[in-house]
Design a binder for this molecule. Structure first.
Ligand SMILES: [Zn+2]
Length: 496
């Protein structure tokens, strides 16, 4: 079993009083963390112990009890009556920071030593302990109670006393099949949030390599991300190459239109007001609007991709690496629009990756080279064209694809998505790598049937093909079946 952790965020409906109290609580928490960080610095040996042992040692050093009436560095100097759970949360936070700081320091010392031995100059500055502490206060069990869907009762330092207060919260509900971590109070701008980490135990399907090479039933979901109407095209295929399902996630035009309108407004505003002051954000609200819509869209699309993959029991998601952004020509709004659409592709990938992981799916990326120009059936170059236009040439972004070699006809984005999936399969079955691309000349003279399907490669001819005798497993033969359809006309051409 593997663990996947995510954070569920609830916004707290708090009064101005609450805000002041939460801030006082956080300030106290950080004072205590800072104090414990100093204690650890002066008793560095603590870091060699496990967190549990370190906690006991640090409490003995700082906390007065009947048995231990005069600790070396009393916490009571900082504040009296700190609840035990508050103190422990702070100790763990300080231990985390101390471990991180010392790991960095050790590796810096090693680098310095290495440079000294080699006689090279070493100008890197050593890491420094945190100068200011901005940690969110963690609420251990005992610091909160009576949690319901809409409210929670928490114990906070109000600046004058410790008090239990009830706060209302809104946000999505906590899932049922998860382990709850300790929530923490986070301040963003003027609002306070309750972040609750949740841990989900997911079935560990093993590395991608293992899944691809040992399980014949593994299916993968290949995703082609676009900046046109079809924002994402997903196909589920098995490791053997059988296509199980396809899904088009549309809505690209709508979001592009929205973005373009806002960018146009920004451009007009700018032309009206003249040169902006340097380093100052203009049109703040409009930019915010664009950012929010982009963000929401990326989350929605990535969630739908993962949902679709899950419905069809896919355990691997495959994307292509993002290519370079080709600078678009045109007005300011259309250039910025393309740029933002491209950024959104990156965001969809990032979000889909973590969303998939919490569902026990792994994500991989393949080379983007010619994914949209290659035929998914025979790997020759395709013709891409608009509906109602002549079937010739390659029109980037056109919706339809046609392969002159094997007669494959269909949606160009779906074809690209299939190619992406096949690339990952080819990575773990290197013998099955697609052949190098050959440019299709218009005068091949090959008669192609319009509805020749991808899986209908003539198996008898395939078996006679040179390489297929090299490996004898049924697995390999199956792979070959959809590949060499293109070879036949070529061979015929060379022979005769
Ligand atoms: Zn083809």
């Amino acid at each position: 079993m593997a663990k996947a952790t995510t954070t569920i965020k609830h916004i707290l409906t708090s009064t101005p009083h609450h805000g002041t109290w939460f801030a006082a609580n956080q300030a106290l928490f950080n004072r205590v963390v800072s104090f414990y960080f100093d204690v650890i610095q002066s008793h560095i040996i603590v870091l060699d112990h496990s967190n549990k042992e370190a906690l006991t040692i640090l409490e003995t050093l700082t906390h007065a009890t009947k048995r231990n009436p005069s600790p070396v560095m009393p916490l009571s100097k900082i504040a009296e009556d700190i609840p035990a759970y508050f103190r422990r949360a702070a100790i763990h936070a300080a231990l985390g920071s101390a471990h991180s700081f010392h790991t960095h320091l050790t590796s810096w010392k090693q680098r310095k030593e290495k440079a000294g031995i080699k006689g090279k100059p070493f100008h890197e500055r050593p890491p420094v302990p945190p100068r200011s502490w901005q940690k969110a206060a963690i609420l251990y069990q005992g610091m909160w109670k009576e949690r319901t869907k809409q409210s929670i009762v928490i114990k906070v330092w109000t600046g004058a006393c410790w008090s239990w207060i009830k706060v209302r919260m809104t946000g999505r509900q906590l899932p049922v099949d998860v382990e709850l971590g300790s929530p923490c109070l986070v301040c963003k701008g003027t609002r306070w949030w309750l972040h609750t980490p949740i841990e989900r135990h997911v079935h560990n399907p093993g590395t991608i390599e293992k899944q691809m090479t040992t399980h014949a039933h593994t299916s993968l979901c290949a995703v082609d991300l676009n900046i046109n109407e079809n924002l994402a095209v997903c196909t589920v295929q098995t490791v053997e190459g059988t296509i199980l399902a396809t899904k088009f996630i549309r809505g690209g035009k709508r979001i592009a239109g929205f973005r373009k309108r806002q960018l146009g407004r920004i451009a007009r505003n700018r032309s009206r007001t003249g040169i902006m002051a340097e380093g100052q954000q203009d049109n703040g609200d409009l930019w915010k609007k664009i950012r929010h819509v982009d963000e929401k869209c990326a989350h929605r699309i990535s969630a739908r991709i993962v949902q679709f993959a899950q419905q069809h029991q896919a355990t691997i998601l495959v994307f292509e690496h993002l290519g370079n952004l080709r600078p678009a020509k045109g007005t300011y709004s259309s250039r910025s629009n393309t740029k933002r659409a491209y950024w959104m592709k990156g965001r969809i990938f990032t979000y889909a990756k973590y969303k998939a992981y919490t569902m026990g799916m792994l994500t991989s990326r393949v080379s983007p080279r010619n994914t949209s120009r290659e035929c998914a059936c025979c790997h020759n170059l395709i013709v891409r064209y608009d509906a109602g236009k002549p079937v010739e040439g390659y029109m980037p972004g056109a919706p339809l694809a046609f392969c002159l070699e094997c007669g494959m006809k269909g949606n160009a984005d779906r074809n690209a998505s299939l190619v992406i999936g096949q690339r990952l399969i080819a990575r773990y079955h290197p013998k099955e790598k697609p052949q190098t691309l050959r440019r299709v000349s218009k005068d091949t003279g090959v008669v192609v049937s319009q509805d020749a399907g991808c899986e209908e490669g003539p198996s008898i001819l395939v078996a006679g093909h040179g390489e297929s005798n090299e490996h004898g497993t049924a697995h390999d033969v199956r792979f070959r079946m959809d590949e060499p359809a293109s070879d036949i006309p070529h061979q015929l051409r060379f022979l005769f």
